[in-house]
Design a protein around this ligand. Structure first.
Ligand code: SAM
Length: 348
């Protein structure tokens, strides 16, 4: 069966090494970030170290290699073929994306959106109105990816593919009125991804945020109604600093002691510097995290040169977290991550 995976362009210099490490011998490149290859079963990303780099995966149930732009009646033909194939399937939603996101290929963006609309109308209209955000992680969705190489579709659960949107990227504006830095979009995307593996966090969630300045993530958490205790040596942007649900401590996170008696439901760490030192600081706060608390950690890899060093660092960080009593829930490379990954742990 044909398998399709996505690896961010950020890792372009090491794409070939990653594919080799995943055991993929020969693969056809689709767009800039996707690879198509033959394999009987999907890769088990949880068992492969290099699985960390894979943003999206799906087993291709329907492929139409063609140049859609030059194919007469492409939309009608594609819709008919997919309706024939999946008509009796219990689909919760249809999600189609272009293989290359953004402006370089507006034609495919438009075609993807039209195909998605056609298919949603065909597949059970009342359910097709379901908000993409309300999809269930384990129910079946028809995913499609479309580009100058053709159309590639799968009927699969968002969790098995690692995203609610085809390809895994949700568009998040970092120009929202409450936005202070790009990092706000990063935490929004992280919380969206988390829903694949964890129920949405209630508004009553109290966050401890380490490395908060200038406050992009803080603003995003506050916007969602959460309460935040933020810590950073550097100050917060005045637009967020006096928010009523925020307390801010301008100090070293390593020596910071939360106000007596306070327990947190979640911890967010976006501190720069050595990943292992940052994680040691996170683990030192273990006593103020409730059982079941979530830890969202940006694993910065700036100093790691090449795939092997990144994997070695990742390996050490996972071992350190295990020793510190954290259970790994999920890990990914988000659209808003550059040379870093986002790891999610749970306090048992
Ligand atoms: C990437 S920036 C954080 C961006 C921020 N999350 C946002 O959303 O705007 C990293 C921050 O970590 C802070 N930091 C690094 N080590 C720290 C420590 N030991 N104690 C307090 N702050 C620290 C730095 O001062 C810096 O502001």
């Amino acid at each position: 069966m044909q398998q399709l995976i996505r690896i961010s362009e950020v890792f372009a210099p090491i794409h070939e090494e990653i594919l080799a490490r995943l055991g993929i011998g020969s693969a056809k490149r689709l767009g800039t970030e996707y690879w198509l290859f033959s394999r009987e079963t999907p890769l088990d990303l949880s068992k492969l170290e290099a699985g960390l780099f894979v943003r999206w995966q799906m087993s291709v149930d329907h492929a139409w290699p063609c140049v859609p732009e030059q194919t007469e009646d492409f939309l009608e033909k594609a819709t008919r073929a997919l309706v024939r194939k999946f008509a009796t399937s219990p689909l919760q939603q249809v999600m189609v994306s272009p293989l290359v996101a953004g402006s370089p290929h507006p034609v495919y963006k438009k075609l993807a959106s039209q195909l998605q609309q056609n298919l949603r109308q065909e597949f059970c209209p009342p359910r097709a109105r379901l908000d993409p955000e309300e999809q269930e992680a384990e129910a079946l969705t028809l995913f499609g990816l479309l580009g100058k190489e053709g159309l590639f579709c799968a009927m699969a659960s968002p969790r098995s593919c690692r995203g609610f949107y085809a390809g895994g990227s949700k568009y998040i504006s970092h120009n929202a009125p409450h936005s202070i830095s790009r990092a706000g979009a990063k935490v929004a995307e992280a919380l969206h991804f988390l829903r694949l593996f964890h129920p949405a966090l209630p508004e009553t969630t109290r966050w401890l945020e380490l490395g908060a300045s200038p406050g992009g993530m803080t603003a995003e958490l506050l916007e969602r109604g959460f309460a935040v205790t933020a810590v950073d040596r550097a100050p917060l942007d005045p637009r967020v600093a006096s928010h009523p649900r925020l307390e801010f401590f301008a100090e070293n996170a390593a020596t910071f002691l939360p106000p007596r008696g306070t327990l947190y439901d979640a911890l967010l760490c976006d501190m720069n510097g050595s990943a292992e030192e940052s994680l040691a600081i996170v683990l030192s706060k273990r006593a103020v995290l409730r059982s079941g608390a979530l830890v969202v950690f940006t694993l910065k890899t700036h100093k790691a040169a090449g795939m092997e060093e990144i994997l070695a660092l990742h390996h050490r960080v996972l071992a350190q977290a295990r020793r510190g009593g954290l259970e790994l829930l999920a890990q990914t490379h988000l659209t808003y991550n550059r040379h870093e990954f986002t790891l999610f742990w749970r306090v048992p």
